[in-house]
Design a protein around this ligand. Structure first.
Ligand code: 5GP
Ligand code: ZN
Length: 133
């Protein structure tokens, strides 16, 4: 994918602050950090998101993700972290190369996600489950 910024980063054709690298995945600092050490973990091969990534490649991303979290725990004393992956425009994906955000969190950092809950969906659970049969 010639125009994909994350492919360029994976091939070392674009500048990044690399944290970790394996044969199939790499991790680097997010250029718009919402906390110190906000990191992105990607596959080196181009996949758009969770819908097209093969299981084996997803596993390689997860292994790299775990290594980075372990590194931050060991070196930085990281205790609180949010791991987020957006797939699709309505799910707030902006870069269409699969990635997982590692977002170190601190009490009172102001970055709490505001979930809007919908209790009216609970009575529909039977119907929802039957849709999958
Ligand atoms: P998304 O919204 O798709 O889940 O997240 C994309 C992330 O990629 C954003 O947090 C954005 O800051 C980051 N990003 C976009 N372009 C670059 C880049 O050129 N370098 C780095 N390091 N991060 C980028
Ligand atoms: Zn790409």
């Amino acid at each position: 994918m010639d125009n994909c910024i994350f492919c360029k980063i994976a091939r070392n054709e674009a500048k990044s602050w690399r944290i970790f690298e394996s044969e199939k995945a790499c991790a680097f600092l997010d250029i718009n950090p919402i906390s110190e050490f906000h990191t992105l973990v990607i596959s080196k091969n181009h996949y758009v998101n969770i819908f097209d990534v093969p299981e084996e490649e997803l596993l390689e991303i997860m292994k790299a993700l775990k290594k980075v979290v372990q590194l931050y725990e060991d070196k930085l004393g990281l205790k609180d972290v949010q791991i987020i992956s957006n797939s699709g425009r309505a799910a707030q994906q902006d870069v269409f190369h699969i990635h997982f955000h590692i977002i170190p969190r601190k009490k009172g950092d102001g970055n709490n996600l505001k979930w809007i809950t919908h209790p009216e969906f609970v009575p529909k659970f039977d119907e929802m489950v039957s849709q999958l049969k």
